[in-house]
Write a protein that binds this ligand. Structure first.
Ligand code: BTN
Length: 275
């Protein structure tokens, strides 16, 4: 593979000021899921450990969905992180991770992308990156496994037609990069992702989601737009009004009523199901 993922190159690509915070980078050819790989490690092995794989056989998405993870040039990435205090608003962590991902993608030369609450990175209404944060609390603290999947160069190889395997509008990074930024260097992208995440996790621990609010507003694709929410038993339409302090989506419904929704309870579409 011309640009195989390489643990050393990723670690060397980190900002020198952040490098001491990362304990380990592991690159695998194949695993079931990089999140599951980290979850199987002893707790002490998880913290500040980044696991990447060229391919996942059981990539997992939010809401028990499958994440299409063929070999050939995407990024499947997970970082373990232990929070010594258990009193953060952890429901906002996926939003913070989405901001870090959007920033890292900007560094590769991508433009015109944004975040669809709670944490999908989209370009032109199509999904380019997804995030799955899994949290375990206990013994006074909490451990997060932060999983990020980025479609960089989706292969269209035999037997694995992504058009058939992904049931939502999707795209990949290289389809949107100008010639001078192509091909994307995945090791540089992974290093940039780690830079952004490490800095963001520090800030989150010190100041919480509040310090990310202005950044969130910058990336939020829904704010002030017509938004449709699919709940288990009904559909609601309103105007999205940003997020609450605990990361819920704020929706102003027709009667001027303000309601908030957890990420787990709804599917979101901009406009009347535009994306
Ligand atoms: C989603 O949008 O539903 C979340 C997708 C998250 C995919 C990433 S790929 C790396 C990590 N390992 C997994 O099994 N899932 C996450």
């Amino acid at each position: 593979m011309p640009d195989s993922l390489d643990a050393e190159r990723i670690a060397e690509g980190l900002l020198p000021s952040l490098r001491p915070q990362l304990r380990k980078v592991t690159v695998l050819d194949e695993t079931d899921s990089t999140n599951s790989e980290l979850a199987r490690l002893k707790p002490a092995e998880r913290h500040a450990h980044a696991v990447l794989a060229e391919r996942q056989t059981r990539g997992r998405g939010r809401r028990a969905r499958h994440w299409h993870s063929p070999a050939g040039g995407n990024v499947y990435f997970s970082l373990g992180w232990r929070f010594p205090r258990g009193d953060h608003a952890f429901s906002t962590l996926p939003l913070v991770v989405a901001i870090a991902t959007a920033n890292a993608l900007k560094r590769t030369g991508l433009e015109g992308h944004g975040i669809k609450w709670p944490n999908d990175v989209l370009v032109d209404g199509k999904k380019l990156a997804g995030i799955l944060v899994e949290l375990k609390s206990g013994e006074g603290g909490a451990t997060a496994i932060i999983g990020i999947g980025i479609n960089v160069r989706m292969p269209s190889g035999e037997g694995e037609d992504p058009k058939r395997l992904i049931d939502r509008p999707w795209t990949d990074l290289e389809s949107h990069l100008a010639d001078e930024h192509r091909p994307c260097d995945r090791n540089a992208l992974a290093a940039s992702l780690l830079d952004q995440l490490l800095a963001s996790l520090n800030r989150f621990e010190k100041s919480g989601f509040d310090s990310f609010r202005s950044n969130w507003k910058k990336w939020d694709l829904l704010e002030n737009g017509e938004t449709t929410l699919e709940l288990d038993d009904r559909t609601l339409t309103g105007i999205a009004r940003g997020v609450s302090d605990d990361g819920q989506l704020v929706l102003e419904t027709g009667a001027g009523e303000i309601r908030t929704f957890h990420a787990g309870e709804v599917r979101v579409f901009r406009g009347i199901r535009a994306f």
